[in-house]
Every structure is written in C-alpha cells, then in structure tokens.
Design a protein around this ligand. Structure first.
Ligand SMILES: NC(=O)c1ccc[n+]([C@@H]2O[C@H](COP(=O)([O-])OP(=O)(O)OC[C@H]3O[C@@H](n4cnc5c(N)ncnc54)[C@H](O)[C@@H]3O)[C@@H](O)[C@H]2O)c1
Ligand SMILES: [Zn+2]
Length: 359
C-alpha cells in the first residue's frame, strides 16, 4: 500500500477492502452513505461491501457528465435529508470525476459541510480529479462553473476498479497522465506512457502513484491556483471549450479526448509563443493523433469556441489565458493568445488530423 501525504489528508493506493476497513476503524461516523452512479453501483460497490458496516445506505444517480448539474444535486441533498444525515455522517463518493466533484460539492454544502471520502474508480479521477480539492458542477453550458475548493477526509485508490472500465474511458484518463509528463519532469516519459497504454496497463499502479506526485507538487505549492498550479491547465483552455461545445452535439467527447485536442492546439501555440522545439511538437502530435479520435473542428463554430474560452475561470477579463510549454517537461504560465492565434492553432490541429487520416 502506497501512501501519499498531503497537507490536510492522505491518499492510499492499494486494495480497497483493506484501506477502507482501516479508515473506518480509525474514524467514527453517525451514518455512512455511499454515492454511486448506475455503473459504479454495479461494478464497484461489490468490492467495498465487506469493508462497510451492515447499515450503510446508498444514493444512486444517473451516470455521465450531462447529469453533473443542479438537478442531480437536488436529488443528492434530498436523499441525504431522507437518510437522516448530519455533520457527523460520512458521504463516500464511489465513482469517476463526476461523482467525486458533485458528491464533494453536495457534501461540502449540506448543513454547511459534512465529511466525505473520495474513492475514484476511473483512471481520470484516480490520477487527477480526486486530488486538489476542486469540487463543483456544470451550469448552463459552462463546465465546472459553480463550485468551491474543499478537501476530502481521505482518498482511497484501488487500480483494480479499472478492470471493468471501458477502454474508451481508460484512454481518456491517459490524457491526464500524458499532461503530467508534459508539464513536469515526471518519473515517466511520453514513451513509458505509450508503452503502458499498449501493454494493457499492467504497471498502472506505479504510474498512478508517480502521476499523483506531479499533481501534488503543483497543488501543494499553490492550493488556490494563484500561480504555478495553472501549469495543470495545459490543454484545458481549448480542451474545455471543445468539450463544452461537443456536449451540445449528438457525439459528446470524453474529458480526456477533448483535452488531447486542446493539448495539440496549445502545443502549437507553445511552438509559436514559447519556443517549444519542433521535435517536441512532433512527438506530441504523433502520440495523440495515434491514440485519440480525430475530430474535425470545422464542425464547431470557431467563434462559439472562442466565446466559451472567454468564459473560462482562468481568465482576467476577456483576455484568454494559456499555460504553454517551453519544452516537454517544463510548463510556462500566464500567456495571452489573441483570436487569430487561437484560430490558427485550431486550423493546425485540423491540418494534422487530415494528414493522419490521409485526406
Ligand atoms: N476536480 C478536479 O480537479 C477534476 C480534474 C479532472 C476532471 N474533473 C472532472 O471529472 C469529470 C470526468 O471524470 P471521469 O472521466 O471519471 O467521468 P465519469 O465520472 O463520468 O465516469 C466515466 C464513466 O465511467 C463509469 N465508471 C466509473 N467507474 C467505473 C468502473 N470502475 N467500471 C465501469 N464503469 C465505471 C461511469 O459510470 C461513467 O459512465 C469531469 O466532470 C471533469 O470536469 C475534475
Ligand atoms: Zn482535466
């Protein structure tokens, strides 16, 4: 069992039955309520059952990003009232980033705050969403626009959960692993990640641990994202806009798929603005176009994408703020790109995918 200690809580990586039993022996709660979605109820809850007390209760919500909204919060808050939860009860968020972000938000606002535990069950949530204290929901068509910072009691990660996770979701989670290798001198390289991706993820536990250390580095030095934590936003300014726009279509993209597009565009901006070397740009483009779906961005209205970028929480006023790369392994924060430069980066992405699909 690997333990990563943060300022206010710890993360344990290992068999869930043992880590959860230990946690529940060390902490006393008036009630235990497990929040699941329809998939984690079916695939993940059985792995927890022997570690939970017999009288635990569950709240199940529909799965997926379209349900990360105020309506679902009302279902959760109502269920917490019906279950008789109070500030000494524990909410266990068993699921991906949607459950973790929304469950943490609901727990933190219920009766001014009840404790919660994160048990992330997707690769994306294990390496990213479960650490760093960002909680919240989507509002209107703007992702994560209502929320807060708040920490769980602890985070328990078991890579075994990933065995039932669809391949597309695994690939989405890999985008955040790649991002960590791009923004920081991580223990693993882009090539190590490509190997792990193609070798059925056999050594994922070690990679998850190393990846969390990268996120910990940024989060601990800058918990409220005033400075260097912005490095973690690489690929996310354009990626979030594409993700939000795709949410409105019949073919929504997964978070990591949209971020992979964003990372190609923002690597191009880095090449233009922060002198990312040619070879690094090529490696990023080749890696991501090999793995991720090729989306023709002309399907989206570029102006709408720009407007979505302007609503990004990371901006000051209307200027669109980017985290760029100086080279692979080194991020540079607070760069403003204008509309023309951004559109050029979207066109660069389109040119690259055309090459790879032979158009
Ligand atoms: N708080 C943060 O710092 C942070 C960071 C990154 C992403 N996020 C958020 O995380 C969300 C995306 O997270 P996600 O990719 O985990 O999505 P998700 O929570 O929607 O999970 C993806 C799908 O996998 C299913 N699933 C989950 N675990 C499973 C398992 N073990 N076996 C089978 N199916 C399983 C879910 O039911 C869902 O259908 C986005 O809302 C994003 O904004 C937050
Ligand atoms: Zn992300």
């Amino acid at each position: 069992m690997q333990t990563i200690q943060l300022a206010d809580y710890y993360i344990r990586i290992g068999a869930i039955k043992s880590s959860l039993s230990t946690f529940l022996k060390q902490n006393v709660f008036s009630k235990i309520i497990v929040l699941t979605d329809e998939n984690t109820q079916k695939y993940c809850l059985p792995l927890l059952k022997n570690a939970l007390p017999i009288d635990y209760q569950t709240i199940m919500i529909p799965a997926g990003e379209p349900h990360k909204n105020l309506d679902t919060c009302q279902i959760i808050w109502n269920s917490l009232f019906e279950a008789g939860a109070d500030r000494k009860s524990l909410l266990i968020n068993l699921g991906g980033g949607v459950i973790g972000d929304m469950g943490g938000f609901c727990a933190s606002t219920f009766k001014r705050g009840m404790p919660f535990l994160q048990i992330p069950t997707t690769l994306l949530s294990q390496v990213d969403a479960s650490i760093g204290g960002k909680l919240g929901i989507d509002f209107g068509n703007v992702k994560n626009s209502i929320g807060m910072f708040g920490n769980p009691k602890t985070v328990l990660i078991d890579p075994n959960f990933l065995q039932t996770l669809p391949t597309r979701e695994i690939r989405s989670g890999f985008a955040e692993l790649f991002k960590h290798a791009l923004i920081h001198n991580a223990k693993f390289s882009i090539q190590d990640l490509l190997n792990a991706y193609h070798q059925n993820q056999s050594n994922l536990a070690a990679i998850i641990g190393d990846s969390l250390l990268v996120k910990k580095h940024f989060v601990e030095n800058d918990p409220f994202e005033k400075g260097i934590r912005k490095a973690l936003n690489f690929g996310h300014t354009i990626g979030h806009a594409v993700e939000s726009a795709a949410l409105e279509t019949h073919e929504p993209l997964l978070h990591g798929e949209a971020i992979a597009i964003g990372m190609i565009c923002e690597a191009y901006l880095s090449y233009q603005m922060t002198r990312l070397p040619d070879a690094d740009l090529d490696l990023i483009v080749n890696t991501f176009t090999k793995i991720y779906p090729k989306i023709d961005l002309q399907h989206f209205d570029y102006q709408q994408l720009i407007e979505l970028m302007q609503q990004d929480k990371k901006n000051d006023g209307n200027a669109i703020n980017f985290t760029l790369l100086k080279k692979i392994g080194s991020a540079s924060i607070n760069h403003v790109a204008n509309e023309e430069q951004i559109i050029e980066s979207l066109e660069f992405y389109n040119d690259q995918i055309c090459k790879h699909i032979g158009r």
